[in-house]
Design a binder for this molecule. Structure first.
Ligand code: M6R
Length: 609
């Protein structure tokens, strides 16, 4: 999604803002732009370019504009309203070229605002919803920028994170948010940087302030104020977290970090000898959770597959009635709720618009709301009553990899926590805790021993256009994750994930030598059933790639290629079967020449509906 950087400080070099903007590239974008106030010329100079930041930088080098100044705005745009053109890129400006702004989100009433502003004589130069904000601020501007912004925002409906400057009120940067994240970075030696994602601030600031909805921040090179007093928090992201560390791509680095992600997610949270999970973030709601009868799990994309695995775990070991739904559907449902119902949202970014909207709706209805989130201080963490952090550092690749493994791990911890509050025995609790503890080494072993085989499989099958992924019970959601990751990363390959038992109700029509089947078949309680499905596929001559448990040699009679995972308890097998599927998507994406870290049309955090 779009990325915002605003800078105000002692330095005049725009590279400080451009390098911060580069740290937002991973979010996905299709054009970039900048505006800088040149105090000698008393003008705001602006450049905008469709395409990558590299295009913008080339334009900067060729330009004869004096692009220097201590107040500046930078933006990466992910097109929503209006095509990918230089003119639609941000910053946007008013008629007098006094007000310049960058915006994330969607101004839902832009059509009516634009009509009435045009009637008042404003002339628009783009097709975007954003441009109405600059003209609206122009309408209310009487020399003081924050007053004009405050007035303008009263008329805007929708979601926004905004950074604004005005040449007629210089040495000032104004930032505001509603339902779209915005963070202020405080430098120890310079000034302030505002960003839509704290990741961009790591080289500049040690302390940050997360703006809350409806807050407006006003910054000068030496001072800032927010309408409400807030204490700065420590920025925990480190520079090395957002570097490739010797890997060719972030995606591969993050897959290789999956064992460490599990370690970080379980650190200090397991008491194996007592068969318990200690979840500090749920401490304040322990008694409510003990009484809880039903849990609604809500998430989007890959995170939603973690909730589907969580449903199997929680029903089987905690005896709780669980419903799992995707945010974009749940937000429009009218779920039947009672006092014993709670909601748990799962989101890496903590900013996914559909999940957030569903959460706000349930909160309004008085439901206990919980979160499993990676991004500290994000909107979902602030809207929920209690929650569990993943603690895995930033995930830069657009494909969710280590975050998914961590979400699955937290689902297992939650199952242990809630199960032991209920009927789960000490012995079973101890076994689950020990198995969770053994996961990092097992995933490490899968990555070390199977990567070469997976790469070989990718090379062998890269020319196929369609793939079907099958799995049952705990590994049914993993079939969907494998398929999503393959089409997301190795486009235009098409892939579908199915419950193996559903195959005979439709997808079997596709089974022939042109459609490989990737069948997840660990030796577990549904193994024999999956083998029957494999027979059906084999009978129709479709190539088969199987993922199964070490020592299972018999499967080679049916499968053309086999990937092995170590033994673990059934409910934890998804954590082991996922790792090779992430590698498969990665290798196939690289072979197809795809931009695996920033797949086309996609954004890391989906902050629009
Ligand atoms: O930040 P979130 O976990 O809420 O994101 C949810 C989905 O947008 C995300 O998992 C998406 O499906 C990934 N790109 C898949 O790899």
């Amino acid at each position: 999604m779009c990325g915002i950087i605003g800078y105000i400080g002692k330095q005049k070099d725009i590279n400080i803002g451009i390098s911060a903007l580069r740290k937002l590239e991973y979010r996905g974008y299709d054009s970039a732009g900048l505006a800088v106030f040149n105090s000698d010329q008393k003008e705001i100079l602006c450049l905008k370019k469709a395409g990558r930041i590299d295009n913008l930088e080339k334009e900067v080098l060729c330009s004869n504009l004096a692009l220097q100044g201590n107040t500046s705005l930078f933006h990466t745009r992910w097109a929503t309203h209006g095509g990918v053109t230089d003119g639609n890129a941000h910053p946007h400006f008013d008629c007098k070229k006094n007000i310049y702004l960058v915006h994330n989100g969607i101004i839902e009433n832009y059509r009516e605002l634009k009509d009435s502003l045009e009637k008042e004589g404003h002339v628009f130069t783009s097709q975007t919803d954003t441009e109405v904000a600059s003209h609206l601020i122009e309408k209310f501007f009487k020399g003081n920028l924050e007053n004009a912004v405050r007035e303008a925002l009263k008329h805007i409906k929708g979601a926004y994170a905004l950074a604004v400057m005005a040449k007629e009120d210089p040495n000032k940067l104004v930032a505001a948010r509603l339902s779209s994240p915005l963070v202020i970075g405080i430098s120890e030696t310079d000034g302030y940087m505002v960003a839509s994602d704290a990741t961009a601030l790591v080289s500049y600031a040690k302390k940050i302030i997360n703006l809350d909805d409806n807050e407006i921040a006003v910054m000068s090179p030496s001072d800032f104020f927010i309408l409400k007093e807030k204490q700065p928090e420590i920025l925990e992201t480190k520079s090395e977290d957002i570097q490739k560390g010797g890997y060719p791509h972030f995606m591969l680095k993050e897959i290789m970090e999956e064992p460490e992600a599990i370690e970080n997610s379980i650190k200090g949270r397991l008491i194996p000898e007592e068969g318990l999970a200690r979840l500090g973030g749920l401490q304040n709601v322990t008694e409510e959770l003990r009484k809880m009868k039903r849990l609604l799990l809500v998430a989007c994309g890959t995170a939603s597959y973690a909730t589907l695995v969580g449903r199997y775990m929680l029903e089987e070991y905690a005896g709780i009635a669980v419903e799992a739904d995707i945010g974009s559907e749940f937000r429009y449902r009218k779920p039947v709720i009672d006092e014993g119902t709670a909601m748990l949202c799962v989101s890496q970014s903590g900013e996914t618009a559909d999940t957030l909207a569903a959460l706000k709706e349930m909160k309004r209805k008085g439901m206990l709301t919980l979160g499993v989130v990676n991004a500290v201080g994000s909107s979902i963490t602030r809207e929920t009553t209690a929650g569990i952090y993943n603690h895995i550092g930033p995930e830069i690749g657009v494909g969710a990899t280590k975050s998914f493994i961590s979400q699955l791990t937290i689902m297992a911890l939650l199952t242990l926590f809630l199960g032991r509050q209920r009927n789960l025995s000490l012995i079973k609790g101890q076994r689950i805790a020990q198995d969770i503890q053994g996961l990092p080494d097992k995933v490490r072993a899968v990555l070390a021993t199977q990567n070469a085989k997976v790469k070989e499989i990718a090379e062998k099958y890269a020319h196929f256009n369609n793939f079907i992924f099958l799995g049952r019970k705990y590994n049914y959601p993993i079939a969907m994750e494998g398929a999503l990751k393959l089409k997301e990363i190795a486009y235009p390959t098409h892939a579908e994930g199915y419950a193996a038992g559903e195959m005979k109700h439709g997808p079997i029509a596709l089974a022939d030598e042109n459609c490989p089947f990737i069948i997840i078949a660990p030796v577990d309680s549904v193994y024999e059933k999956v083998i029957s499905n494999m027979q059906e596929v084999k009978a129709r001559k479709a190539p088969i790639i199987a993922i199964t448990t070490e020592g299972n040699e018999a499967i080679k009679e049916l499968a053309d290629d086999v990937i092995y995972i170590p033994k673990t308890s059934e409910m934890l097998t998804p954590i082991l079967t996922t790792a090779p599927l992430h590698l498969l998507a990665y290798h196939m994406g690289v072979l197809k020449g795809c931009d695996v870290d920033k797949p086309r049309n996609l954004a890391k955090s989906v902050t629009v509906e």
